[in-house]
Design a protein around this ligand. Structure first.
Ligand SMILES: NC(=O)c1ccc[n+]([C@@H]2O[C@H](COP(=O)([O-])OP(=O)(O)OC[C@H]3O[C@@H](n4cnc5c(N)ncnc54)[C@H](OP(=O)(O)O)[C@@H]3O)[C@@H](O)[C@H]2O)c1
Length: 233
């Protein structure tokens, strides 16, 4: 496994006060974003270690509601040693979860909210159903931007105003596609998993075609995986 301190040095940003949106994905060699509907089919303990280090460095973890429904996201996002590391390094023990949703089809009584160690954020737009909006406001902080689609650029600005400048987006593909279309991505951390999947799995981004040039920051082998880090060109 990696040395944690070395990994932190590979991924820490020089200036935490500058707003930065980092996206993290794992993909098969042929570009699949999941196996049997879950990304856990593609990762291993090396990827989990990098995944956890990226969470350690984040002010907020942003995830699309589709990924939340499949992957769960119940309870703390970090284990106890990682929480201690954050406190020792001047950060709150827990980065909040920020869930992006158009429909607000999220159960306020679910463990996603009741077991969260810190109040989650729910990111949506003004045309989202009002009654769901009100129910979720009981258990989460609502961040509302855009008339009938989420204005993710305004969302980034509000998160920064709240002191949540280091945004870690853990997907999924439709949220990543929206961020690409708005040129709101500063960094992609991409784990290449040594497997061919074929089939109907999505690639890591879905949405309208849009080109954003990136440059390679590092290529780090770890066990059977390859960890690529790209920054905006
Ligand atoms: N390979 C990887 O690293 C990785 C990472 C993450 C996820 N995944 C996989 O991806 C799959 C889910 O794919 P997905 O494309 O459905 O994921 P997703 O982007 O997380 O979910 C799509 C849903 O999220 C909300 N959403 C996304 N972008 C939005 C936007 N711009 N504005 C408003 N709402 C937005 C909407 O929620 P509402 O339906 O509530 O309106 C939308 O239906 C799962 O199988 C998961 O395992 C893989």
């Amino acid at each position: 496994m990696f040395d944690d301190a070395a990994l932190l040095a590979h991924y820490a940003l020089p200036d935490r006060s500058a707003p930065h949106l980092r996206v993290n994905f794992v993909s098969s060699l042929d570009g699949a974003a999941w196996r049997d509907g879950r990304s856990s089919g593609l990762n291993d303990e090396w990827d989990q270690q990098v995944f956890a280090v990226l969470r350690r460095l984040a002010d907020v973890v942003m995830v699309g509601a589709g990924t939340i429904r499949v992957e769960g996201y119940v309870g703390p996002l970090l284990d106890a040693p990682a929480q201690r590391w954050r406190v020792e390094n001047g950060l709150p023990a827990h980065p909040p979860l920020a869930i992006v949703s158009h429909s607000l089809d999220l159960d306020p009584a679910s463990a996603l909210f009741t077991s969260a160690p810190v109040r989650p954020l729910v990111i949506t737009h003004h045309a989202a159903p009002r009654e769901r909006h009100a129910a979720l406001a009981e258990v989460a902080d609502l961040v509302v931007h855009g008339e009938d689609a989420v204005d993710l650029v305004a969302v980034r600005a509000e998160l920064a105003e709240r002191g949540l400048r280091q945004v870690l987006c853990e997907g999924g593909p439709r949220l990543f596609g929206s961020l690409i279309a708005l040129e709101a991505v500063d960094e992609l951390c991409l784990t290449i998993s040594p497997v061919l999947e074929s089939g109907a799995a999505s690639r890591i981004a879905r949405g309208p075609q849009h080109t954003v040039p990136m440059r390679l920051a590092h290529a780090l082998p770890g066990g059977p995986m390859l960890f690529l880090r790209y920054l905006r060109a």
